[in-house]
Each structure stands twice: as structure tokens, then as C-alpha cells.
Design a protein around this ligand. Structure first.
Ligand code: XMP
Length: 514
């Protein structure tokens, strides 16, 4: 079911933090793009029929030992190639130029002057463009076979082209949003230079997926959590195989306010997805009684989840397939397709599903990025509150209640978080932030209510911005918005007398408090 790279653009992964972003940007032009290992040979790329190759950035230095290299024949091929940052430096080295340390590290904005369109900058009328640099090495000299297309004060060879060959290199990152006209540059490369096929769209993906998934002859089991990925997985499979899909929503008692009702409404009623709600909250809370250690809480939730799921599978089975909402970055980062990524994300999974159920795994979203999944969800008719939902941790509120998980703290946490979400929705901020919630611990603080002194919970509100959850920054909310959140929580959530706002970024803090 893997989309075909014929007529598309392969991005060879040298481990740069923006490698995924290059793929996403190219896909948003309507051209299929996939991340491949850095040492994919030219022969393989030709066999795939790619229209173009991008060599991504990466943390290494081209001369250092063990530095990832590309198949040298790529640099002599007729397939258009664009080297970005490290990929560019490899190209310079391969063509006989010299790469070295820059005197002043260039991180962030820089201004480049376009000397010549050369295909890559065609139609970018501005002769000065702001672009994003992030490098310690750069081309020191280029061979006579290369000509300069753009320069900056620090990088005389900010962009080059090999004369008479469709080989281009840029020192900056056209894929990041801070680079002005970066998308236009990628579009020039994709269409003007590679003549890539405009054949990637979510409508097309939906059609192909439904057709291929409908060939599954058997019964499919899918766990839904109310989150975007599992909801889209279930909706897609439901469209393809109808009643042969059974979805189960396990209410752990650790979920956001009204989650079971939302699943019933948005998946069940509105889309007709076959979903059963299993209320296992008492078992989960029972197993968590007296446990304060965050890692033990995580393990218990994982184990309880696997047990509940397994019980459902045995009771309602047999099933031939198990569906999971795995996304493309997870596939790449879990090493199933390997690049030398310098940061490998640790996976937060729902505690590992039982391995011995002898079902085949179906992952219909394994080629998609999150924003594409959201678009697919919209096409499938999923409501906006589902497709725009913030991520939520597998162990749920067990990691947002500090210390022992009690019904009282869960209520405080759930009601306060719901207020945070409501206020941000009303202010039009919800969709712009990564996560927003409230958490609570055991400490009680003193408050006054009327003439009475009273001890109560202090709730901590957290709103963060992030691109991939690897790093996060706290959101500078307007004081008026903070005030509304605080007033509503103390007025409407019984037992809370004070509200604090978390102003820690990740690192050093993590997004979840536990
Ligand atoms: P942290 O807290 O590590 O979170 O900064 C990064 C992202 O992962 C989510 N998260 C989890 N998700 N199981 C999950 O499924 C977990 O144990 C878990 N811990 C954190 C968190 O919500 C954030 O989006």
C-alpha cells in the first residue's frame, strides 16, 4: 500500500532536524515525497523512478570520520538533485570544492542576495531574501564547474548550481517557514527543474486506501482513544470494511472530561463507526490505589490497558487484524526505515498491546504526517473538535495528578482542564498551541471564602507551544486570558482556592508534570 515514489521526490536523510519538514513541504505542493536512508543508491532511486532527489541537512561535518555519505554517482546523475546544508556540503566536496568551519557560526536569520535565477530562484523577483541558516561548516571554495546563484555576508556561496547539470546546493533551509519564499524555491525545484508529478492529494490517498483496505477479508479490531490518529484510523477502516471493523474505547477513568460521550457522538452517531465503550474505570482506579511513583503508575495503566483490550479481543473475537494509528514519523524514528537521525524519540506507547493475539497489524496512516491525518479526517467527515484535538498522554490523567490518583484529584484536574480548553477555544487560541491543561498535586493552600479561611487545592495551568513535543515553550498568554481561566477555575471547581501558571519550557521541564 506504500505510495509509489515514481514521479516524486526522494529526500535522503542525513539526520537533520528538518528532514521531515522537507518531505512535508514537498507533499504540500502535491508531489509525493518520502524520507529514505542516506545511502540509498542511485540505482535504487532510478528503479523507483524518482523525479528528483533532495539531500537533507545533518549534524555531521563532511570530513569527520564516519560522516554519512551519499552514493557518489548521485552527483554525476541526470536526476535533479538539491543539497541542503550538509547535503550541499557533500555536493561541494564531491565536485572538488572545499568545505570548512565558518568563522562565525550562523544560526537564525540571514539575508541572501540572489545573483542569478538559475532555475532555482526563477520568479523570485526580490534580489534580497531573508533565509534561515543553521550551520558551523560551509563551502570555502567551489570548483569552476559550479556557479554562484546567491550569497550572504557570511556565505559567499549561499546557493550554487553545477553548470550544465541539474545539481543545486543551498546553504540555508528553504523548508523552514522563516525562509522567505522557501516554498516557492522548493516549487521551482519540484516543477521547473524535476518536472515532478502533481499526484499527491489526500483525496487520492483516501480513494486508494479504501480500495486497498476493502480487500482485507477478515475482522479488524481497533482501539480508539478519542485522539486524532485512532479516530481517523477507525473512520477510514469503517468506510472500507463497514461492520467487519470493531472498535473498542476503553474508559480508563483517566480521560478528559466527556471523552466517552464525544467518541459515542463523533464516531458512533455521526459516522456510524461500530464502536463499543468498555467502562473499566473502577478496575484502573483500584489498581492505582496507593501508588504515587510516576513510572509505576505508567506501567500499571499500560498493563491494565493491555488486559482490558485482550479480554475484549477474546470475548468478541476472533479477529484477523489489529489496526493501529501509527504515523510516518513513528515509522521512520522507530528504525523501521533508518536514517542516522541524531535524536531518536523515545516512544510513548499505550503500554504495549498483547503480542500473542496472533493478529496481523494494519497501519493505514503509516505514510502520513499529522497535518495530513487531520486533512484525511476532515475528508472522512470527522468533526473539527476531533481533528483539532490536542495530543493526550496514553497514561492519561495518571500523569497529571501528582502523587496518588484519587477520584477527588481526578475531578479537579478534569474540570479545571476543561475550563482551560474552553477559554482558549473562546479566545481562538486553542488551535495555535500544542497542549493546554491543568494539573494538581496533594498540597493544600490557604484561601479565604467570605469570612472563612479554607484550605484547598492549588491547580497549575500549563499551555505550551511545540512543533514535535521534543522541545516546548510556555505560551505567553495575555494576562486577561489568564485571569479568566483563574477566576473560572476558582469559582466553578469545588475545592480549588488558587491557580498558578507554569512558565517552564522543555527542557528542562517535560510537558507532562510526571
Ligand atoms: P513529555 O512530558 O515527555 O511529553 O514532554 C511529550 C509528549 O508526549 C506525551 N506523553 C505521553 N504520551 N504516553 C503517551 O502516550 C506517555 O507516557 C506520555 N508521556 C508524555 C505528552 O502529552 C506530550 O505530547
Amino acid at each position: 500500500m506504500q505510495p509509489d515514489l515514481a514521479g516524486g521526490i526522494a529526500v535522503l536523510d542525513f539526520g537533520g532536524q528538518y528532514a521531515h519538514l522537507i518531505c512535508r513541504r514537498i507533499r504540500s505542493l502535491g508531489v509525493y515525497s518520502a524520507l529514505l536512508p542516506h545511502d540509498t543508491s542511485l540505482e535504487e532511486l532510478k528503479r523507483m523512478g524518482v523525479a528528483g532527489i533532495v539531500l537533507s541537512g545533518g549534524p555531521a561535518s563532511v570530513y569527520s570520520q564516519g560522516a554519512p555519505a551519499a552514493d557518489p554517482s548521485i552527483f554525476r546523475s541526470e536526476i535533479p538533485t538539491l543539497g541542503i546544508c550538509y547535503g550541499y556540503q557533500l555536493m561541494v566536496k564531491a565536485h572538488g570544492g572545499e568545505v570548512g568551519k565558518v568563522e562565525k557560526k550562523e544560526y537564525g536569520r540571514a539575508s541572501i542576495t540572489v545573483v542569478e535565477g538559475g532555475g532555482l530562484f526563477d520568479g523570485l523577483a526580490e534580489d534580497r531574501l531573508v533565509c534561515w541558516m543553521s550551520h558551523t561548516d560551509s563551502a570555502k571554495s567551489i570548483p569552476p564547474t559550479m556557479k554562484v546563484l546567491a550569497s550572504s555576508s557570511n556565505s559567499p556561496y549561499a546557493a550554487v548550481r553545477v553548470s550544465g547539470a541539474p545539481q543545486f546546493g543551498v546553504q540555508f533551509h528553504p523548508e523552514v517557514s522563516h525562509t522567505e519564499r522557501g516554498q516557492a524555491l522548493l516549487s521551482n525545484f519540484a516543477f521547473g527543474i524535476c518536472r515532478a508529478d502533481r499526484s499527491w492529494s489526500m483525496e487520492g490517498f483516501l480513494e486508494r486506501s479504501v480500495e486497498s483496505l476493502s480487500k482485507i477479508d477478515g475482522r479488524v479490531l481497533c482501539a480508539v482513544s478519542g485522539g486524532v490518529d485512532s479516530s481517523v484510523t477507525a473512520a477510514l477502516l469503517s468506510r472500507a470494511i463497514g461492520p467487519r471493523l470493531r472498535s473498542v474505547f476503553i474508559d480508563t477513568g483517566l480521560l478528559r472530561e466527556g471523552e466517552a460521550d464525544r467518541v459515542r457522538r463523533f464516531l458512533g452517531k455521526e459516522l456510524g463507526v461500530n464502536v463499543e465503550i468498555v467502562d473499566a474505570s473502577e478496575q484502573f482506579l483500584g489498581a492505582l490505589r496507593g501508588v504515587a511513583d510516576p513510572e509505576r503508575k505508567r506501567k500499571i495503566v499500560g498493563k491494565m490497558f493491555a488486559d482490558a483490550f485482550e479480554e475484549f479481543a477474546r470475548r468478541e473475537g476472533p479477529f484477523t487484524h489489529l489496526a493501529q494509528g501509527t504515523l510516518y514519523p513513528d515509522v521512520i524514528e522507530s528504525g523501521r526505515s533508518i536514517g542516522p537521525a541524531s535524536v531518536i524519540k523515545t516512544h510513548h506507547n499505550v503500554g504495549g498491546l498483547p503480542a500473542d493475539l496472533s493478529m496481523k497489524v494494519v497501519e493505514p496512516l503509516r505514510d502520513l504526517y499529522k497535518d495530513e491525518v487531520r486533512e484525511l479526517g476532515r475528508l472522512l467527515g470527522l468533526a473539527t473538535p476531533v481533528v483539532e484535538r490536542h495530543p493526550f498522554p496514553g497514561p492519561g490523567l495518571a500523569v497529571r495528578v501528582i502523587g496518588e490518583v484519587t477520584k477527588e484529584k481526578l475531578r479537579v484536574c478534569r474540570e479545571s482542564s476543561s475550563i482551560v480548553e474552553q477559554v482558549l477555544e473562546e479566545e481562538g487560541i486553542y488551535g495555535r498551541v500544542w497542549q493546554a491543561f491543568a494539573y494538581v498535586g496533594d498540597d493544600l493552600v490557604t484561601g479565604v471564602l467570605g469570612d472563612e479561611r479554607k484550605h484547598g487545592y492549588q491547580v497549575i495551568v500549563k499551555v505550551v507551544e511545540s512543533v514535535d513535543a521534543m522541545t516546548a515553550d510556555w505560551t505567553r498568554l495575555d494576562p486577561g486570558v489568564l485571569e479568566r481561566i483563574s477566576n473560572r477555575i476558582t469559582n466553578e471547581v469545588p475545592g480549588v482556592v488558587a491557580v498558578a501558571y507554569s512558565i517552564s519550557s522543555k527542557p528542562p521541564a517535560t510537558i507532562e508534570p510526571q
